[in-house]
Design a protein around this ligand. Structure first.
Ligand code: SIN
Length: 511
């Protein structure tokens, strides 16, 4: 029994824990080791307007423009206005952003009107934030951190009409029900629903799927952001080639060696992410596409500026500044998620969500580069404040059983099939025929759904639940907007509406 249960140890969950600890006991559970989250893999940085009102107004305008008409204005204003104070907090807690002569360094990324992205260790910003935040949280007496614990499902008290806890599975197969005054899902996104993704293996949409099973509303699930430049070499992981490379001057060139972005957008390589991803997708039909960092320079020491990326490339005999780097898009960030207000309240009492698992509408149809770490900080803190207001007497949880964690041998093949069909038919370029194929494929997979109690089987079921919602929402959205591109409906609808899914029913609503 705890006051507050936080599922997920990324930036949103840890930031929430800091505030929650002021009001009660907090249990933070993570599926793998602490710091294994999308947060830790974020390279480019954290976008923040530290230069006063005008700067904040520009950050707001860029966020709204990138979101292609679907950004929730209130959420975006909260993000950019509260962002600076949250980043100041990080600085006080010891986060070591890169500096030059004592001043914070700032870089520029796609669709930003000026350089406002702070970074750390060159290209390991997420790692630095995760580690420093964790250090801070470890010092808080009322926070307990539990690693290698899978959250199985939410516990719903149907008489009270609220979420009252969650069932957890530890690495040894012990199943326990934990009761809490309020539960926060800060469990990240679902990039693993696609065969090609920059996301780590943990990003299987668990929180989103369990909220949906419990009856919560999901919003804008068709909006998966495809990062334009993931490493593209046969047999190699889809390692992120940060947008900051283009921020520092890299070009995109096609198989004929032509710099092609001029044909697609005046912003060239720094056009909005969805535009660049589709341009690479199209050029990629005629052969490989490359990042060309040889043209960038201005005396920048690329190994020092991008040490993580440089070290990765060495393993493939490549060097920034010397070689062309093969790239193509990969699933990267889910703009949709569990529908919340700006304080993280979901449609279920007692249940809150923040970070990539949540959807406030702050990113609209296309997230502005490097706004996600800021999102976790700002909305993690706000969700915690709202959770503290929850009045509910917690009763004790219970040990449930010791379950068998033995794994269905076919589960990896089953998951691979799901990821492949999502990439093929519900990826960067969509149409009705492809989405119907994806739907039929998912229906087939549902018939042979893994039913066991192991972590991997739970993940498989979560991926299926999330994929089904994504496809249904993508079919329902008969327009092209931001990251959702329908070849059969290439225009944007005149009115922007959010898709909302609850228990298999899809509807479209305004803000
Ligand atoms: C990147 O470094 O390109 C990723 C940053 C982001 O997803 O915002």
């Amino acid at each position: 029994m705890v006051d507050f249960l936080v599922v997920g140890g990324g930036i949103a969950g840890l930031r929430a824990a800091v505030t929650l600890a002021e009001a009660g006991s907090v249990l933070v559970v993570t599926k793998e080791g602490l710091a294994e989250s999308n947060t830790a893999y974020a390279q480019g940085g954290i976008a923040v307007a530290m230069g006063g009102e005008e700067d904040v107004a520009l950050h707001l305008a860029d966020t709204v423009a990138a979101g292609d008409g679907l950004v929730n204005a209130e959420a975006a204003a909260v993000l950019v206005e509260q962002g600076p104070q949250r980043v100041e907090e990080l600085l006080r807690w010891g986060t070591g952003f890169d500096r030059e002569q004592g001043e914070l360094m700032r870089t520029r990324e796609g669709a930003h009107s000026l350089p406002r992205i702070l970074h750390a260790h060159g290209d390991a910003t997420g790692w630095e934030i995760a580690v420093s935040l964790l250090r801070h949280v470890r010092g808080l007496e009322r926070v307990e951190l539990m690693e290698w614990v899978t959250t199985v499902d939410l516990v719903v008290d149907s008489d009270a009409g609220r979420v009252v806890g969650a069932t957890l599975l530890d690495a040894a197969g012990a199943l326990v029900e934990v009761r809490a005054r309020a539960v926060l899902l800060a469990s990240g996104g679902a990039g693993q629903a696609f065969s090609d993704t920059t996301n780590p293996a943990v990003a299987t949409g668990d929180g989103i799927a369990m909220a949906y099973r419990a009856g919560a509303e999901l919003m804008d699930m068709e909006f998966m952001q495809f990062h334009p430049t993931a490493f593209a070499m046969e047999g190699a992981p889809r390692f992120l080639m940060s947008e900051a490379l283009r921020g520092e001057g890299a070009w995109l060139v096609n198989a004929r060696g032509e710099r092609f972005m001029g044909r697609y957008h005046a912003g060239l390589e720094l056009a909005p992410r969805d535009v660049v991803a589709r341009a690479i997708g199209r050029e990629g039909m005629d052969g490989p596409v490359y990042l060309d960092m040889r043209v960038a320079g201005g005396g920048t020491d690329l190994k020092a500026r991008f040490p993580g990326i440089s070290a990765f490339l060495v393993g493939y005999g490549l060097e920034l500044g010397r070689d062309l780097i093969p790239v193509r898009p990969a699933a990267h960030y889910l703009m949709g998620g569990i529908r919340t207000d700006v304080c993280g309240r979901t449609s279920l009492a007692g249940l809150f969500a923040a970070g990539e698992a949540a959807c406030t509408g702050v990113h609209g149809a296309n997230r502005l580069a490097s706004n996600s770490l800021l999102e976790g900080l700002v909305f993690g803190a706000l969700a915690a404040e709202a959770m503290i207001e929850e009045q509910w007497s917690v009763v004790s949880g219970q040990w449930l059983e010791r379950t068998t964690v033995g794994e269905d041998l076919d589960v990896e093949g089953w998951i691979a099939e799901l990821r492949g069909l999502m990439w093929q038919d519900a990826g960067l370029l969509r149409d009705e025929a492809g989405l119907r194929r994806a739907q039929a494929g998912l229906a087939r997979l549902r018939e042979s759904e893994p039913r066991g109690g192991s972590r991997r089987e739970l993940e498989a079921r979560n991926l299926l639940a999330v994929a089904e919602v994504m496809v249904q929402a993508a079919l329902g959205r008969e327009e092209s907007r931001g990251a959702h591109f329908r070849m059969d409906f290439p225009e944007k609808a005149s009115v922007a509406r959010h898709s909302v899914m609850r228990r298999g029913e899809l509807r479209f609503v305004g803000d």
